[in-house]
Ligand binder design. Structure first.
Ligand SMILES: [Zn+2]
Length: 449
């Protein structure tokens, strides 16, 4: 068998194609520029809602939310009749119950919420006898139990063989500095760099999923494109891997690489709430956060989804409203409707197709609606609008993401030492499996066909 390189998948949270391309052209991110000069680059498309837990689950499983079942940052758990809040803001975590939210974000998302039919790259590759490593990525499900390092906590998390998660779980003692889950300090990438250097130095993995959140945090606060200092830190974290391998030539000799982000970001100039449109209606629950909203019909709600959707006509918080009706999906925008359903490897539509002209909008909308944990309505707001979270917080004056719009949905995808031309974040896990000659889950084959 030919020499097969090990693979590193680096995810820089919230990095937009514009910022990536500029950093490469100007050389302001030297490690990324070096990789770009030896690789092949394209703009790719995220999933919907284009929110971190949803997107990272798509990256790690190669599935949209219809399969992986993570619907949003905040959602209504029908089985347990409660809200799940993974961390829209500290205030939203408090509003949802701090202990519960922390358990949801750290344990339950992987152990209970992530769909059983979804296969993570760690599960698939370790099943085939390979070693995988995950650093800080929130979609980490694997088969090995790891006990928390926090005194008093005894509940294990099931992750890959090499599992490093914000100083809470560390499969080996590395001496890395403490990183706090919740990422308020912008120090997470430095922790990742320490662990990454340790893993590369010891040649401890076949696949490394290397997640770098600091850029997204800065971009939420300052706005997209205004976070060069944070990008420098992400770049340094990638550079640390190159250095640990013994230099650029040695690094490229040993590793194939994918660098991508999970979603884009767009500027926020208005913070609005969806709730007002449903005032006085019984048994309707709205979950909003960042740039995506969902509306749940609770038992004994008498209004049909189409009725609820019409209540958002003229709302400045809603640009596209989506719901399912029979075996079709419906998109409503400016009072017009488009009906669509998959047919013969493409789409059957009736109505004005330009209502859903955003990137891969039919595919992404369909998959989001087909998620059994999603609300009956999905709402994609117009550019500039952010939906306030449970505690009324927003990133007004900064950046956000979550919608179908191109700015939230386009991501940079750089591949180095790989023949594939992935154009969606759901292509990355199948690419990793194909690289190691491991069979892809059936859902990935169907999506690629
Ligand atoms: Zn993100």
């Amino acid at each position: 068998m030919a020499h097969r390189k090990k693979l590193i998948l680096a995810v820089i949270d919230g990095l937009t194609p514009d910022v990536f391309e500029d950093a490469v052209e100007t050389g302001s991110a030297p490690a990324l520029a070096f990789l770009a000069h030896h690789g092949s680059y394209r703009r790719g498309i995220s999933t919907f809602p284009s929110l971190t837990p949803v997107c990272l689950s798509s990256i790690a499983t190669g599935a949209h939310p219809d399969i992986h079942r993570i619907p949003h940052l905040v959602w209504w758990h029908r089985g347990e009749r409660r809200l799940v809040e993974y961390g829209s803001s500290f205030a939203a975590i408090r509003a949802a119950g701090t202990r519960r939210s922390i358990l949801d974000a750290i344990f339950n998302m992987n152990e209970q919420h992530l769909g059983r039919d979804a296969v993570t790259v760690y599960e698939a590759l370790e099943e085939a006898g390979l070693t995988t490593a995950a650093v800080n990525i929130t979609c980490y499900r694997g088969r090995r139990a790891h006990l928390p390092l926090v005194p008093g906590f005894t509940r294990p998390a099931y992750g890959p063989e090499q599992f490093f998660f914000y100083s809470l779980f560390e499969s080996e003692v590395t001496g890395a500095p403490v990183a706090v889950f919740g990422r308020s300090t912008g120090s997470i990438d430095a922790y990742a760099a320490y662990v990454g250097r340790w893993l590369v130095t010891r040649d401890s993995f076949d696949l490394l999923v290397y997640y770098l959140p600091d850029y997204d945090f800065a971009s939420h606060a300052l706005g997209p494109g205004a976070s060069r200092e944070a990008l420098a830190r992400s770049d340094a974290a990638v550079g640390a891997l190159i250095e640990a391998a013994g230099g650029p030539d040695e690094f490229l000799e040993r590793y194939a690489v994918v660098v991508c982000s999970d979603h884009g970001q767009t500027a926020v100039d208005r913070a609005l709430s969806l709730e007002a449109a449903f005032a006085g209606i019984d048994n309707v629950l709205v979950t909003g956060s960042n740039r995506a909203g969902m509306v749940y019909r609770l038992p004994s709600c008498r209004e049909e989804p189409a009725d609820l959707a019409r209540r958002l006509d003229g709302s400045p918080a809603a640009e596209v409203v989506l719901w399912g009706e029979g075996d079709e999906a419906v998109a409503r925008r400016d009072g017009e409707e488009l009906r669509f359903a998959p047919a013969d490897g493409g789409w059957r539509t009736s109505g004005d197709a330009s209502l859903l002209d955003q990137p891969d909008a039919l595919e992404r909308s369909w998959a989001a609606l087909a998620n059994p944990n999603a609300g009956e309505l999905l709402v994609s707001p117009p550019l500039g609008v952010e939906l306030t979270d449970l505690a009324g917080r927003s990133h007004l004056g900064g950046g956000s993401h979550g919608s179908l719009e191109a700015g939230d949905s386009e991501v940079p995808i750089l591949t180095v030492g790989l023949d594939a031309e992935p154009r969606r974040i759901v292509d990355l896990a199948p690419l990793a499996l194909a690289h190691f000659g491991v069979e892809r889950p059936a859902y990935a084959d169907a999506a690629a066909a």
